[in-house]
Ligand binder design. Structure first.
Ligand code: NDP
Length: 326
């Protein structure tokens, strides 16, 4: 089968498109013929070696895939079933989706929900499913469309684009934060009411700022998240899932203890199965598929390696799907 393979060498790592014997696939009770994989920020880190995402070598990257079950000894899946995989360490410590086939634990798979085809589910991918987990976190903490405006950072990226579209579809007013003024029209097309320059969230963090938003979805971390927290209205809620700006959080406790603000952490990788199924069910019903198409671009398998660094420059717009053939 064709695969992207990351191997360890004296200089660090090398990555190539290569043919790999299927008997090298790792253990698992379900084998899947992959239809689509995708590129996420984490895949870019793995392929470029810019962060220690890969825990075992050689590794097939790809934290996401959609495909059809070829063999299964798992009670939940039969040959012919169409499935989605996101996370669980796939593409990090277990061979991932950037290959013709994958062998995984059936416990990691989600059945393709009605209403989505395999390309659309891949276009949503880990980024979109994480955006949905963020929306669910806001809802769980009582945020509703009439609560007030919701701010989304990294809005032109993968998580951000899906978050803007999901919130807009539910009737929320959305303020989309971007470092790329040229993407303002794209963001309004996804449903953003306002487009805000990233610089408004990268200045010196005050313990409490002007109360601007009742909820937030943050992919950036660092100063962006700290400023967002300081600008929440009373009892506002921020769902934090990313570190595009940095791992640190130079914030004060003032928003928590004086405004009752909630910071909700979101992890997609080890998220339990029932919550994944809920998230995918909501994606199938809530996401406007025309807007999904608007944010999706396709990259051929052979051009994945040269495309990955674009994530680290922050120049990728929306979501990237990779059609996979054996
Ligand atoms: P993308 O690269 O598609 O999007 C990230 C966006 O963040 C960029 O497009 C850019 O948007 C913005 N950005 C880039 N650099 C900075 C910066 N220095 N300061 C502020 N904003 C910046 O990545 P994804 O959407 O796939 O992932 C976003 C983040 O979420 C990553 O950190 C990723 O690791 C994390 N993530 C976490 C998950 C989890 O389970 N917790 C799951 C999925 C992703 P713009 O130009 O519009 O400002």
């Amino acid at each position: 089968m064709k695969a992207i393979l990351i191997e360890k060498n004296d200089d660090g790592q090398s990555v190539s498109v290569t043919d790999v014997a299927e008997d090298r696939l790792p253990d698992g009770d379900v084998t899947v013929d992959i239809a689509y994989s995708t590129l996420n920020y984490k895949d870019a880190l793995a392929i470029t070696g810019k962060a220690p995402v890969v825990r075992r070598f050689p590794m097939v990257p790809g934290i996401d895939f959609t495909g059809t079950v070829a063999h299964s000894s798992h009670p939940g899946f039969r040959p012919g079933d169409r499935v989605i995989l996101n996370g669980w360490g796939v593409g990090e410590k277990h061979w991932g989706g950037l290959a013709g086939r994958a062998r995984v634990s059936g416990d990691w798979l989600v059945p393709l929900p009605e209403g989505l085809d395999m390309r659309q589910a891949a276009a949503i991918g880990t980024a979109g499913y994480t955006a949905m987990l963020c929306v669910l976190a806001l809802e769980r903490h009582g945020v509703r469309p009439d609560s007030g405006e919701i701010v989304v950072s990294g809005a032109a990226g993968g998580v951000g684009s899906v978050a803007v579209a999901l919130l807009a579809a539910k009737g929320y007013a959305v303020a989309a934060v971007t470092g790329r003024a040229a993407e303002a029209e794209y963001l309004r097309g996804l449903g953003a009411n306002a487009v805000i320059d990233r610089s408004e969230l990268t200045g010196k963090v005050r313990p409490l700022g002007q109360e601007r938003w009742s909820g937030g979805i943050d992919v950036a971390g660092s100063t962006v998240l700290a400023n967002m927290l300081s600008m929440m209205t009373y009892r506002g809620v921020v769902a934090a899932c990313g570190l595009a700006a940095g791992m640190d959080l130079p914030a004060s406790v003032a928003p928590f203890i004086l405004r009752g603000v909630t910071l909700a952490g979101v992890d997609s990788v080890m998220c339990p199965g029932p919550e994944r199924i809920e998230a995918w069910g909501r994606l199938a019903t809530d996401l406007d598929l025309d807007r999904l198409a608007e944010m999706t671009s396709e990259v051929p398998f052979d051009r994945v390696i040269e495309t990955a660094p674009k994530f680290l420059d922050g120049t990728v717009r929306g979501r990237i799907v990779i059609p996979v053939t054996p």
